[in-house]
Design a protein around this ligand. Structure first.
Ligand SMILES: [Zn+2]
Length: 359
């Protein structure tokens, strides 16, 4: 098993969230932030889909990144086209990135109904597109779109599609839960079957439509996947992509696998907020780890206990992701809330003072 790689798609899949539209400058700013955080890959966009994405790749080439590899995203060649003449493939190469991520169809129903081509032609489209891009010297990541749904309907064909990508020389094969409807144990079992027939490193791309985006990414990692795709704040179409702001601390601090430098991880909350600001999205207060309510205590009983031992009502030390504990004062408060607030404001009070009782 290789080292775990984190692949961010905030700028491509994340931009498919209703209400988000980044300027090229904003995309470059986010790319630099995620480079500083220490992520491995950044999917910059789909050069074939709009001129803005092509301009992003042009500017990204002139930007010095420390660590992150920029990936251009697009599809396999069209049906019945020559790969070297295919417009999708040409535009991917025009992005001049080190990494190219292409998606192909894994679900027979999509091949015959959406692409309107034969199952055999689809296998050729995958294999030829991957091997052509490999010949051009690219690192090729193959996204197996609708892999899990495809597997549930026709496992042999779904496996044949990723074997075609492997035969083409794909560096990583990413299993996508494109519709986001899988449950963790179901997903784990399918990954187990895939590992019996594919030797290439595997990745996961999970969506959150069943509320399982993070859980599915974690169980995929625990099943031997070495590449995780997601977005900052879980931005993405419909219910979003798997949230890297939850996945990374979970793997690093709950599973004890070092994903990022721990000092850099202390910027996670700041990065989450900066990306929200650039995306014109209101940050979610209840977002795990980085949300402003993630370590906020209101009830008197909770506050009293947390001040004695934080682990009584906190699963995690907020400082590790740059967050902080907050104590609220309300009609639900006890004396501990009042004392904590007073202390924050440098007001001397003790439990014994009559003022405390009065407040
Ligand atoms: Zn997606």
């Amino acid at each position: 098993m290789g080292e775990l790689k984190i692949y961010d798609t905030t700028l491509r899949d994340g931009a498919q969230r209703d209400g988000i539209s980044y300027s090229v400058g904003e995309k470059i700013t986010i790319a630099k932030l995620l480079d500083n955080l220490g992520l491995d890959y950044l999917e910059g966009g789909w050069p074939g889909s709009n001129p803005k994405d092509l301009e992003f790749f042009f500017r990204a080439r002139k930007t010095a990144f420390k660590n992150i590899k920029i990936a251009a995203f697009g599809s396999t060649r069209h049906a019945d086209a020559k790969v070297e003449e295919d417009i999708n493939v040409k535009q991917l190469l025009e992005a001049e990135t080190e990494v190219v991520t292409i998606f192909g169809k894994s679900w027979d129903f999509h091949v015959t109904e959406a692409l309107r081509t034969s199952l055999d032609e689809n296998l050729l489209m995958i294999k030829e597109s991957v091997s052509y891009l490999k010949d051009k010297g690219k690192e090729v990541i193959y996204d197996a779109e609708h892999f899990f749904d495809g597997y549930c309907h026709n496992p042999d064909y779904a496996l044949a599609t990723i074997k075609a990508a492997e035969a083409g020389g794909a560096d990583t094969i990413v299993l996508c839960d494109t519709n986001g409807g899988m449950l963790p144990l179901q997903l784990q079992e399918i990954i187990r079957q895939v590992k019996k027939v594919v030797n290439a490193p595997l990745g996961i791309h999970a969506h959150n439509d069943a509320g399982m985006g993070v859980a599915n990414s974690i169980i995929a990692f625990q099943s031997g996947v070495v590449h995780i795709q997601g977005t900052i704040n879980g931005y993405g179409e419909r219910c979003g992509n798997a949230d890297l702001c939850t996945i990374i601390p979970n793997i690093q601090y709950k599973l004890g696998y070092k994903v990022l430098d721990e000092n850099k991880l202390k910027n996670l909350r700041k990065i989450s907020y900066t990306v929200a600001e650039l995306a014109n999205m209101v940050p979610s207060a209840s977002q795990p780890y980085v949300g402003s309510n993630a370590f906020t205590h209101k009830g008197g009983v909770h506050v009293d206990a947390v001040l004695k031992h934080p682990e009584t009502y906190e699963h995690f030390n907020p400082e590790l992701v740059g967050n902080r504990r907050r104590i609220l004062v309300s009609e639900l408060s006890g004396k501990s809330n009042i004392l904590y607030k007073a202390n924050e404001m440098n007001i001397k009070l003790t439990k014994q003072y009559p003022e405390t009782e009065k407040i």
